[in-house]
Design a protein around this ligand. Structure first.
Ligand SMILES: *Cc1c(COP(=O)(O)O)cnc(C)c1O
Length: 463
């Protein structure tokens, strides 16, 4: 070939011929053709940029590499990372790790057919599988329950009870952003309901709800739990029981968005008491909404408990179909709730195990890491540090758990952190001042060795 010849990529058929000779087999030829086209298009661009032509055999290899990568678990599963941030419910890391029972239930449900919405007695379509809902009813004393895809969906569904162009009354102290740019006023607007604001940012009294409800301007009061922030100082929030009494007197209902919604008493773990769904129902909420993957510690889900007629209206809402969980999630939710019902949550739900870890245990592990890493690197500036970790995930604002970590100073902690975040043994750590800090509360003990090894790789011995 002369240097002047305008090189062109080989034909699709030419590469398919090589692949056939190599006995690369697929059942859908179109899929293979699409991959070949992608590789040839990239080759065309390289040639146009003046690069030398790639041999045809190598182009065929590029196609088989791509085929192999399509079933590489590293590329199909969100990459595993060791969470050394100390934040137990880290929304960007997938919040709650699932209890073992939930993992097994999801796999079993996914593997085969099951009576998901089928009545074996009559041989016809039946009620949708509701073991999780039955557990919720049994544990909260609610008349009925409903499981949807997440709590934001539960909220969108519940405010629809106001009816199209109906109104929802909300305290100005609770017009919050839930997270990720999702704001309560926007959720209401999207649901097509009007917002009636009462009270002020720092103070709202039960009496503030009286006027719009007495005038019949709204049929729904929405309460949003301040799950990701705290207002301090000259503050007052309306008592739920009083608001519920006023609402009921005027024929309105109270929807209580609890956010994290604990089913165990957080005070047992040295944290402030987080209101439980049953307490809120007892105080007069008609519906209580909470997440499955915050302080419940299971799969992502929106859990709704409350009055049977209202739950039934939600179930019949066409939007319910759009926010209906998959069978594997329903199975995992039921398995998670069964752990609570069996009285084993503190033992078997991972987030409670993490919350319950004692600083003394963490300190013993930190000592081992510091000793081993100091030995491997010859550095004497690797230290044990006392930390305070938030539970995270929009729960228990301002509350922290005492924790223990290992701090390793670096000239550029940001660069060291970036290196740690990549590689086959990814670690997400904290940066405090000039140091990388590994908070051990959220690290599994069997990952301590990986932390030592990665410190060794980053902090090479000083010569
Ligand atoms: C987290 C949160 C939500 C959203 O719940 P998801 O399960 O993440 O959809 C809604 N309301 C409150 C008060 C929350 O804290």
């Amino acid at each position: 070939m002369t240097t002047m010849a305008r090189a062109r990529p080989p034909s699709v058929d030419r590469i398919l011929g090589i692949l056939a000779a190599e006995q690369v087999e697929v059942s859908e030829r179109d899929a293979l053709v699409a991959l070949v086209r992608d590789v040839l298009e990239e080759e065309r661009q390289r040639l146009a940029a003046g690069a030398p032509p790639t041999p045809d055999g190598e182009l065929a290899d590029a196609v088989t590499d791509r085929l192999d990568r399509l079933d590489d678990p590293e590329l199909t599963i969100p990459p595993h990372v060791i969470n050394a941030t100390g934040v137990i419910l880290h929304t960007n890391l997938g919040r709650s790790p699932w209890p073992r029972a939930a993992r097994l239930a999801a796999v079993a449900a996914a593997r085969s057919y099951g009576y998901l919405e089928f009545d074996p007695e009559s041989g016809r379509r039946g009620q949708r599988f509701r073991a999780g809902e039955d557990h919720l009813v049994a544990m909260t004393g609610a008349e009925d329950a409903l499981v949807v895809t997440n709590n934001a969906a539960a909220l969108a569904l519940a405010v629809g009870l106001a009816g199209r162009r109906g109104a929802v009354v909300v305290s100005r102290g609770e017009l919050v952003e839930i997270g990720g740019g999702v704001r309560i006023p926007d959720v209401l607007a999207r649901a097509g309901v009007r917002l009636i604001e009462v009270g002020t940012t720092n103070r709202t009294r039960a009496a503030d709800f009286e006027a719009p409800l007495a005038a019949g301007a709204a049929r729904v009061v929405l309460r949003v739990h301040p799950s990701n922030f705290a207002i301090r100082g000259f503050t007052e929030s309306a008592d739920l029981a009083e608001v519920a009494a006023i609402a009921h007197e005027h024929g309105a209902i109270v929807v209580d968005d609890l956010g994290s919604g604990a089913l165990l008493d957080t005070a047992l773990f040295g944290l402030a008491h987080e209101p439980t769904p049953s307490e809120r129902l007892a105080q007069g909420a008609d519906l209580v909404l909470f997440s499955g993957d915050k302080l419940v510690g299971g799969p992502q889900a929106g859990l709704v408990v409350g009055r049977a007629d209202l739950v039934e209206r939600l179930r019949r809402d066409p939007l319910a179909r759009a926010v209906r969980p998959d069978k594997a999630i329903l199975a995992a939710v039921a398995a998670t709730l069964a752990v609570y019902r069996a009285g084993r949550a503190a033992l078997d739900i991972p987030i409670w195990q993490l919350i319950a870890r004692e600083p003394a245990q963490l300190r013993a592990r930190a000592e081992w890491i510091v000793g081993t890493a100091a030995g491997a690197t010859g550095r004497s500036d690797i230290d044990i540090v006392d930390l305070e970790s938030p539970v995270g995930g929009g729960s228990l604002p301002g509350q922290v758990l005492p924790s223990v970590g290992v701090a390793v100073p670096f000239a550029s902690a940001a660069r060291a952190a970036a290196t740690l975040r990549s590689g086959p043994d990814r670690i997400l750590a904290r940066i405090i001042d000039d140091a990388i800090v590994f908070d051990l509360r959220t690290v599994a003990p069997f990952d301590d060795g990986t932390i030592v090894r990665r410190i060794g790789e980053l902090a090479a011995p000083r010569r």
